[in-house]
Ligand binder design. Structure first.
Ligand SMILES: C[S@@+](CC[C@H](N)C(=O)[O-])C[C@H]1O[C@@H](n2cnc3c(N)ncnc32)[C@H](O)[C@@H]1O
Length: 276
């Protein structure tokens, strides 16, 4: 069976209730993190209103938390719903507890730091989680590369993925692309042997790379498959730590010492349905 990326993309997107084509549309704010911001904002509003009309603090808190639970259904998956529900009482705790009391300027600095490390444009993909240092050591048994092969860590964070790749392929040429300027600078300092750029992995050109390595989110995978299908030359690889491209037949998969899978797909891809 010939691999057809729109059908794969659609099936994966349907399963995850996710529309990858909307990533860069003007309606992007309706995607994550908008449901979380909306739920927290409205819950705080209700909490303040209830208190202002004399409702006891505990009842105001219960009412606002229930609203937050209701609004959490706007999120596309269980994990995000859980985050939304947890977020409101957490923000209560942070703002009311003496232990966490900070001057407004400190809150502003914290907010700026969060946005620097995890810019809004990257919220559709993963925040900073490093690849464990030994996670990719078995990759060369399956992905054989010539010296000076070009490897891109798409969303390179602080460079832990690049370091883990280099431990497996000491002779390759390394490239990193990262949305956050701050992480891009720190990554360049930690990996002086790699070419690190600030940019968006979905807008970058993948044609020239032999391996695209990713450690993103399940929701990112349909988009990655579509892009890899369009841009990777035959014999190049899409490698994903932890998250599978569900409809593709992996060329190989290995499980690291912490049990995390490394999924490897060689272009041109085959679907699981094709069985070839
Ligand atoms: C889970 S971390 C992985 C970091 C690194 N690859 C590693 O394995 O150690 C994901 C990284 O991708 C970055 N990221 C998310 N979406 C991105 C995008 N669209 N373009 C570029 N970087 C992105 C995040 O800022 C974050 O640093």
């Amino acid at each position: 069976m010939v691999y057809s990326y729109p059908s794969i993309l659609q099936r994966e997107a349907n399963e995850l209730n996710f529309d990858p084509t909307s990533l860069y549309s003007p309606m992007k704010l309706l995607n994550w993190p908008f449901p979380a911001l909306l739920a927290w904002g409205l819950s705080w509003l209700l909490y303040t209103l209830l208190q202002s009309v004399g409702v006891a603090n505990s009842w105001a808190l219960i009412g606002a938390t229930l609203l937050c639970v209701l609004l959490s259904t706007l999120a596309s998956n269980l994990w995000r719903r859980f985050l939304i529900v947890l977020g409101f009482p957490m923000s209560q705790l942070l703002l009311t507890s003496a232990t966490f009391s900070m001057p407004p300027l400190a809150w502003l600095c914290l907010l700026v730091l969060i946005v620097l490390v995890y810019p809004l444009n990257a919220w559709s993909d993963a925040p900073l989680f490093p690849t464990p240092s030994k996670a990719l050591l078995e990759m060369p048994e399956h992905v054989r590369l010539k010296p000076q092969s070009r490897i891109l860590d798409a969303g390179c964070g602080l460079g832990d993925g690049l370091k883990a790749l280099r431990a497996a392929y000491p002779d390759a040429d390394y490239f990193g692309l990262e949305m956050s300027w701050l992480l891009r600078l720190l990554c360049a300092l930690r990996c002086p042997w790699a070419k690190i750029r600030q940019g968006n992995i979905w807008l970058a050109d993948w044609h020239s790379y032999d391996v695209i390595y990713m450690f993103q989110r399940p929701e990112s995978m349909p988009h990655a498959v579509e892009k890899a299908h369009r841009e990777l030359k035959a014999g190049s690889w899409l490698v994903s730590l932890e998250f599978e491209a569900r409809d593709l037949k992996p060329t190989a998969v290995v499980y690291g010492s912490d049990g995390r899978p490394v999924w490897m797909y060689c272009a041109p891809f085959t679907t699981k349905a094709s069985g070839t």
